[in-house]
Design a protein around this ligand. Structure first.
Ligand code: FES
Length: 581
């Protein structure tokens, strides 16, 4: 017996799982009998909500390696609330080990999640998310099914600690690596640092992509309040898992689905919160892809229009100084929501059944050096900027908060790398014709070019310039950048070079103009010369003609559309035409 939303009378609600477990025939016998081999008693099949726990655990995904413990805590909560939890594995995308890039597999993992949820007797689902792509892939998949869904982020690692100072995942790796290449530190120092950085369960503890994604789902209203920042090692993360298990059972009874929660208002909130937390540039492709699944119109320009003028409030690496553990102690996302209260859609619905405004009302801040007040921000106008011009007709992005102010308006001579192998072969060549005023251009790292749009957009500077003390240069590519990275890097150039975007036509010595305030990226080459180059341009042969990669190459969309597969946009719902045979 379930009380449904909006004051409807108590009614017998036939759950989706009833189609499997409620039948008194050969199929019902089969469905119940085999799963009873795990010791489940008869009352598990009495019509109670069946809750899937979608687990991205894997030893190969270190950031999610603690998820089997979290899943047990979710189960406790589900049982306590009268549900029946069933945990299932899905493809796990571990950022640090998978080659050539996890982004090649985000859409594949989303298909795994979507089809597994739809094909099984689930009434609601808890998504266990952590390492970068495990959040968008699971959310995308679940949205395309649209049964009640709640996200449980796995939480960040504790702060890295190295010789008396805090060091951050990724961000400090880039610093240590540059210091090693320029001779500032020894290999022994470098090796010691790697042990000091990752010292607990959890994902990258900078405001990299994993933390950004956790903040994104909280701002979208898909997690319990405060869910993004609790460290993985903190017992309150397990408590959150228990409460998430409680809540999903109620969500099933309320039939509260992603399509009801994820309105345009929630996406606009996420864009604004992302600007204020200094979130990863990867946020753009993932949010666009999720919006596509739920049918919310969202465009690249929305990120600039809604976010670029907003101040940076959260002082976390790579844009700032602190780490996620500090963010949690300071109050986390609820404080940011309250600081942005006059701008956000506070009425936007969340998984609690309440609005995000109700969820965060009165959230106290315990660390103003970590979360600044709106009137006294860390930086002004810090959200992502979207650039256009003859070099990126469908757009490109730059993260000003991670860039060098003096380079935001710049004209320089192009030094071109035709692909990542060309870059590796020549970047440290002492004879490379380059100086600090040049613009480094990297081709063939877009969705189809690499393939998979890897995080190489913050490609390192020439060693000879590093030794001269150069710390940043303008860099342009059709790839992405790690959320933990920094620099004056133009990313996600669309259309990409592999399909003949203007980036493919850039040659050494061309002059390129970047004007972030003017939102312009211009290749200063006469139109007639560009037309001549275009006529002579030929695409490279396909990477492969078989398997998943061939599917990817055929169907992946450009970065300005979220790089989802064209045939995955939208949702198919939870219905299945036939029983299992
Ligand atoms: Fe997993 Fe950074 S490597 S979150």
């Amino acid at each position: 017996m379930c009380r449904r939303k909006k004051g409807k009378t108590v009614t017998e609600q036939k759950l989706r799982s009833h189609e499997w477990f409620g039948n008194r025939d050969v199929l019902g016998f089969t469905h119940r009998s085999w799963i009873k081999n795990q010791g489940h008693p008869d009352q598990m099949f009495d019509g109670r909500p069946v809750i899937g726990i979608c687990n991205t655990w894997s030893d190969l995904t270190p950031c999610n390696a603690h998820f089997r413990i979290l899943a047990e805590m979710v189960k406790r909560g589900v049982y306590e609330a009268g549900g029946y939890p069933l945990e299932f594995p899905v493809m796990s995308l571990g950022e640090v080990l998978m080659r050539p890039t996890t982004m090649l597999y985000r859409n594949l993992a989303s298909m795994d999640v979507e089809e597994t949820i739809r094909a099984n007797p689930l009434d609601g689902v808890v998504l266990l998310t952590g390492c970068d792509k495990t959040t968008p892939s699971t959310v995308m998949g679940a949205c395309s099914v649209d049964i009640p869904t709640i996200v449980l982020p796995g939480g960040p690692m504790l702060n890295g600690k190295y010789r008396g100072r805090d060091i951050g995942s990724g961000t400090s790796v880039w610093e240590f690596t540059d210091d090693l290449r320029s001779g500032k530190i020894s290999m022994e120092d470098y090796m010691e640092a790697e042990s000091c950085m990752s010292r607990s369960d959890g994902h990258c503890m900078t405001m990299g992509t994993a933390s950004t994604m956790a903040c994104m789902v909280e701002a979208l209203g898909l997690t319990l309040p405060g869910g993004a920042a609790i460290p993985a090692a903190d017992s309150r993360r397990r408590r959150l898992a228990h409460l998430t298990g409680n809540r999903i059972v109620q969500m099933v009874k309320e039939d509260l689905r992603p399509s009801q929660i994820l309105t345009r208002a929630n996406f606009e909130n996420a864009i604004m919160v992302n600007a204020a937390v200094g979130g990863s540039s990867n946020f753009v492709v993932h949010l666009l892809a999720i919006a596509g699944r739920v049918g919310v119109e969202l465009a690249l320009d929305d990120f600039d229009r809604l976010g670029s003028h907003l101040p940076l409030l959260v002082n976390l690496m790579p844009s700032g100084q602190f780490l996620m553990e500090d963010f949690y102690y300071a109050g986390g996302v609820p404080v940011v929501v309250q600081e942005l209260a006059e701008l956000l859609h506070l009425e936007a619905l969340t998984v609690t059944g309440k609005s995000i405004g109700e969820n965060t009302a009165g959230a106290p801040c315990y660390g103003r050096d970590v979360i600044a007040p709106f009137e006294q921000p860390i930086k002004r106008n810090a959200g992502l900027a979207v650039l256009y011009g003859n070099l990126c007709e469908d757009g490109a992005i730059i993260k000003p908060s991670a860039a060098t102010p003096d380079l935001m308006e710049h004209r320089g001579r192009a030094v071109v790398f035709e692909d990542i192998d060309d870059y590796h072969a020549r970047i440290d060549d002492p004879n490379l014709d380059v100086d600090a005023s040049c613009v480094l251009v990297l081709k063939q790292v877009g969705p189809k070019g690499y393939p998979g749009m890897p995080e190489v957009g913050n490609f390192g500077l020439p060693a000879k310039l590093l030794k001269q003390g150069v710390t940043d240069m303008v860099r342009i590519s059709d790839g992405r950048m790690s959320g933990t990275a920094y620099g004056t890097v133009v990313l996600h150039v669309a259309p990409e070079s592999a399909i003949g975007g203007a980036l493919a036509l850039v040659q050494n010595g061309d002059m390129i103009e970047l004007d972030v305030d003017g939102r312009r990226l211009h290749l200063d080459v006469p139109a007639a010369e560009l037309a001549r180059r275009r006529a002579a341009w030929r695409p490279r042969p396909a990477h492969t003609e078989r398997g998943y990669v061939s599917l990817f190459l055929e169907h992946v969309q450009q970065a300005n559309l979220g790089a989802d597969f064209d045939f995955l946009v939208g949702k198919s719902g939870a219905a299945v035409a036939h029983g299992n045979h």
